[in-house]
Design a protein around this ligand. Sequence first.
Ligand code: SF4
Ligand code: MG
Length: 329
Amino acid sequence: MNTLLEVSDLAVAFGDVRAVRGVSFDLDEGETLAIVGESGSGKSLSSLAVLGLLPAQARVAGGTVRWDGRDLLTMPDDELRRLRGEELAIIFQDPLSALNPSLTVGYQIGEMFRRRRGASREEARRRAVEAMAEVGIPDAGRRAGQYPHEFSGGMRQRVMIAMALALEPRLLIADEPTTALDVTVQAQILRLLRTRQQQGLAMIIISHDLGVVARTARRVVVLYAGRAVESGTVAELYDRPAHPYTVGLMAASPSAHDPDRPPRPIDGLPPDITAPPGGCAFHPRCPLARERCRTTEPELRTVAPGRTSACHFAEEVLTRAGTTTDARA
Ligand code: SF4
Ligand code: MG
């Protein structure tokens, strides 16, 4: 498989404060990777950094990002903008904020064909309707003439996906694509994304929901307080997590969790990403924490073939996970 995206040792800073550090992952052509963590873990920042879309106060403070062999971080702005239009696409959790309320949906999708493909007004409208029909929007011809507020949340997310996929990108980054949606619509959107995966689209799914991840991704990177704390394949990581935070996320996830036991949230709150606790940033919430955890930050290290964990006691966690799905049980 061809490596499409290589992110290595990425750091994002606000002023002097590093909010994300040491984040590495790569993605093969047609593969789906999930970046998982609670809100404020740095998962959105990491992916925005990859696309050169960081908010103005933030900057990339280290690392490399290679796309198809080219360095995205040093690429001239106009070239990166062109890539974002043609090869790299992103959809966000809140489609309403990404759509222009005063233009019809069909016009907004059609604009992409006019701007990027030099399509005529007629042609752009026809392609917009096609793109809407392709993501399962019924009666697309009529709905293309409607405004964003006339669409339900699920239909708006479909519109965003239609826009993101209109120019046939090679990579789609989906940031909490189904979080605002009810379960039925969520399942429809995930089905839609899966169809595109099967057609060869590479994806990065950003989510706090391990159930969503299980249904879409092959590999996972778990972030906590701006650092990668665990990575591995979905199958292995769900079967035997190697970090207490992952164990907690699984216990907290309604859909990834044993259906016979109610979800149990992780004790405490995620730390301020710009001022995480010393030692292991997870130690105030970790049921396995001991003295060394308060003083020494664990390195991310290989703990099994294809598995990394940033826990001093990863081997212990792996062993416990073999006998129970909840290290705190
Ligand atoms: Fe818990 Fe210590 Fe491992 Fe951190 S290093 S996750 S505090 S056991
Ligand atoms: Mg986010």
